[in-house]
Design a protein around this ligand. Structure first.
Ligand SMILES: NC(=O)c1ccc[n+]([C@@H]2O[C@H](COP(=O)([O-])OP(=O)(O)OC[C@H]3O[C@@H](n4cnc5c(N)ncnc54)[C@H](O)[C@@H]3O)[C@@H](O)[C@H]2O)c1
Length: 333
């Protein structure tokens, strides 16, 4: 039985806490939030702390879940690892490429500590099935990709948690906070990306520093062409759409379902993601799966989960698109 702790009891923490509590191999040892009013929503009878170092020192959990604002991910992950605790950190892995590279170097220099990053959508059934089809070679090389994230974040979303709209605490807007998953999938499914060109803008008149809308062209190393569009300025949250065209076939993930374009021009359903009761469909359903994998890796001392180094490219892509948006130039990734 592995003992888990959670730092940060905000919006996403419930998803981690249920994944821990539903897993017979994990027990929730303690939780922590700097805001003591958060204790009211924590599971009853679980020790609550307002200082995470004190919690880690006293409770000695095997692993800690980092569910904190972005600027705290790397410092708190590293502090926990230095205390000998394995780390499962929410996305994004870092605020920017510089910090991401530093975190990846830290991971490399601490081989005894497991550090997982929660880019859970790689583990959706639809994504795993599409990745297997691409890797099989049956359909030839990838020639094109497209990722669409058409979401809505009302003014209140930023007002309620002011860290979200600021460069220093969030590291950006709709890319690093919402569509980082989709950018990661365009890389994971499409392969290495050599350069990008994008526009980065604010469509909403909110009092925030960061972008709410982005479009970008992705130039894959093999010559494939990618298109990425993300916005928080829609009237609602639509299903994320990912399309991949190969030399001998075309696939689409939409409504958490994988489709193939058949010769008759119709989309044929291949597989569907698991739906988690109560979870927001647009988060993706695989927190539980990735968390279970991470703890199996702790049990077996294996490396089968998403490492810090695996998440690096998602941050490099975001930085490159931000730079392209500022300069108007194509930027190497
Ligand atoms: N993987 C996903 O699909 C997904 C979905 C939503 C959010 N997230 C990520 O989860 C993380 C948290 O997001 P959220 O929306 O839950 O944020 P939130 O603001 O709702 O929660 C953060 C919590 O951390 C607490 N906190 C701040 N500083 C602290 C400290 N020093 N020690 C202890 N507690 C502290 C705050 O009081 C707050 O309760 C972010 O990285 C976000 O991007 C991931």
């Amino acid at each position: 039985m592995k003992r888990a702790a959670v730092i940060g009891l905000g919006d996403i923490s419930g998803t981690h806490i249920s994944a821990i509590m539903n897993n017979p191999g994990i027990t929730l040892a303690a939780v922590c939030d700097i805001d003591e009013t958060r204790q009211a929503d924590a599971p009853a009878g679980i020790p609550f702390y307002t200082e995470y170092r004190e919690m880690l020192a006293k409770e000695r959990p095997d692993a800690v879940h980092i569910c904190l604002p972005h600027y705290l991910h790397v410092p708190v992950s590293e502090a926990a690892a230095e205390m000998g605790v394995h780390v499962f950190c929410e996305k994004p892995m870092a605020l920017n490429s510089r910090e991401a590279e530093q975190f990846a170097a830290f991971e490399e220099s601490h081989p005894d500590i497991h550090m997982g990053i929660c880019l859970q959508n790689r583990y959706n059934n639809s994504v795993e099935a599409l990745k297997a089809l691409i890797d099989s070679g049956e359909y030839g090389q990838v020639t094109g990709t497209r990722g669409l994230v058409v979401w809505c974040r009302p003014r209140e979303y930023y007002e309620r948690k002011p860290w979200r709209g600021k460069w220093a605490t969030a590291g950006g807007g709709c890319m690093i906070n919402q569509s980082v998953h989709t950018l990661d999938l365009l890389y994971f499914l499409g392969g290495p990306i050599a350069s990008v060109k994008g526009t980065v803008s604010q469509m909403l008149d909110y009092d925030i520093e960061v972008e709410d809308t982005v479009t970008a062209r992705l130039d894959y190393a093999n010559g494939a062409h990618g298109l990425f569009m993300a916005t928080n300025a829609n009237y609602g949250n639509e299903s994320v759409q990912v399309r991949v065209r190969l030399e001998k076939g075309e696939f689409m993930i939409m409504d958490n379902t994988l489709f193939r374009l058949d010769a008759d021009g119709r989309w044929r359903k291949l597989t569907e993601d698991k739906r988690l009761p109560g979870a927001k469909f647009y988060y993706g359903s695989s927190h539980e799966k990735l968390i279970a994998l991470f703890y199996e890796a702790l049990e077996n001392d294996s490396g089968d989960y998403l490492h810090v180094r695996d998440a690096l490219m998602s941050i490099r892509l975001i930085d490159a698109i931000q730079e392209s948006g500022r300069t108007g130039k194509t930027v190497r990734v």
